[in-house]
Design a protein around this ligand. Structure first.
Ligand SMILES: [Zn+2]
Length: 377
């Protein structure tokens, strides 16, 4: 058994490593402690199992403890993430204080994993509709949780209200209008996520245009689930995004890759992405993972946890997999740490200070141990 296993389950339930590398407890601790930002995490995918169970009991929600346990056990036939999210939205997260709590707890967990700054997604549309809670109260509650976490754990954060592609284009515009009407420095931009297969980015162009006209930042999930590279091009050219979440199918268009390399677009990638776990054979998963080809092409990559509690991964675990399973060396991870700063929506003063201090900290942590060559082809 690989020693990258924790409590019987591998990180993110990925196949056994084929790099010839093993990770010691000391090295695992280093992956956890290296200074990092997290730019791609969904608030409802980061809810602690204990909090889910406690709120379900309090609300007498129609979900059994066995069902809750199955949501968090990513076995051979995992429960779909969308089903888990809809359960949370309909039956569990029913007051603004629930949102304050899960934001605070996510950031507490992230801070423990060496995350100094987190930018995380939240889909307001379904919550407003299902729980009938006003947007302003929800945003205020989440921002209060973020402030508490910064004071207590030293982690800064930004909230990214995100368009759930299940929503209509009009709902997306309405979400942007709410964000603009409740402008807060902690909520600087928008994203879009879920169900890319039949909901291409151009459907939501009007929402993005309104956001851009109001001076908001923008990112988009694009080129994920084996979807066409055209979604990445549309996100960049029509939606005018600052960075791309996932973006793997960009490899199908070398000219677009070249353009993104030249512009220095940051891709927030997810080593535990379930699409590739489903579609690539375990023996070929790491060698053929598009993340490796994206790096070879010169794209700026930054690894993230995405849905950490649901996918049994942590921020430190995502960085560890880049070394243990995907074969990146320590110099590449050091560069990815800096890509995270390039992609983060932080001010120039902080970016400059961190870009100067973090490599020194990174080197001090990583030079004391010996790292193995990867045997991946
Ligand atoms: Zn995501």
């Amino acid at each position: 058994m690989s020693n990258t296993q924790t409590s019987g389950r591998s990180i993110g339930n990925v196949p056994a490593p084929r790099t010839g590398r093993t990770v010691t407890a000391a090295q695992r601790d280093i992956f956890r402690r290296i200074p990092k930002v997290e730019l791609h995490c969904h608030l409802l995918g980061a809810v602690r199992q204990s909090t889910f169970a406690e709120l379900a009991a309090m609300r007498a929600a129609p979900v059994t403890s066995d069902q809750i346990a199955s949501f968090y056990a990513r076995g051979a036939r995992p429960v779909g993430v969308l089903h888990v999210l809809r359960t949370l939205e309909k039956h569990i997260l029913l007051t603004p204080d629930d949102f304050r709590r899960i934001a605070y707890e996510y950031l507490e967990d992230a801070a423990r994993e060496g995350v100094r700054h987190a930018e995380f997604f939240w889909n307001p549309t379904a919550t407003i509709r299902d729980a009938k809670l006003p947007y302003a109260a929800l945003q205020d509650a989440i921002v209060a949780g973020m402030r508490d976490a910064e004071r207590e754990f030293g982690i800064s954060s930004l909230l990214i209200p995100s368009i759930d592609r299940e929503a209509t284009p009009d709902d997306a515009v309405a979400m942007v209008e709410l964000l603009i009407a409740n402008r807060d420095d902690s909520v600087p931009g928008i994203g879009i996520d879920y169900r890319e297969n039949d909901r291409p980015p151009e459907l939501f162009a009007e929402a993005y245009h309104r956001a851009r006209r109001a001076g908001l930042r923008a990112t988009a999930h694009a080129g994920e689930f084996g979807m066409p590279w055209t979604n990445v091009a549309t996100a960049l050219d029509l939606l005018q995004v600052d960075r791309i979440d996932h973006g793997y199918s960009i490899l199908e268009n070398p000219a677009l890759v070249e353009r993104c390399v030249e512009r220095g677009i940051v891709f927030t990638i997810v080593p535990t992405n379930s699409y590739y776990l489903r579609t690539l054979e375990p023996e070929r998963w790491a060698a053929e993972h598009p993340i490796r080809a994206m790096a070879r092409a010169g794209l700026k990559l930054h690894p993230n946890s995405d849905d950490p509690t649901l996918h049994n991964v942590t921020p430190g675990g995502a960085w560890e997999l880049m070394y243990s399973h995907l074969g990146f060396d320590i110099a590449a991870l050091r560069q990815m740490m800096l890509h995270g700063l390039d992609g983060a929506w932080i001010d120039t003063a902080r970016r400059t200070a961190w870009a100067a201090a973090w490599p020194i900290e990174f080197d001090a942590l990583t030079t004391a141990t010996s790292w193995q060559e990867s045997t991946l082809p």
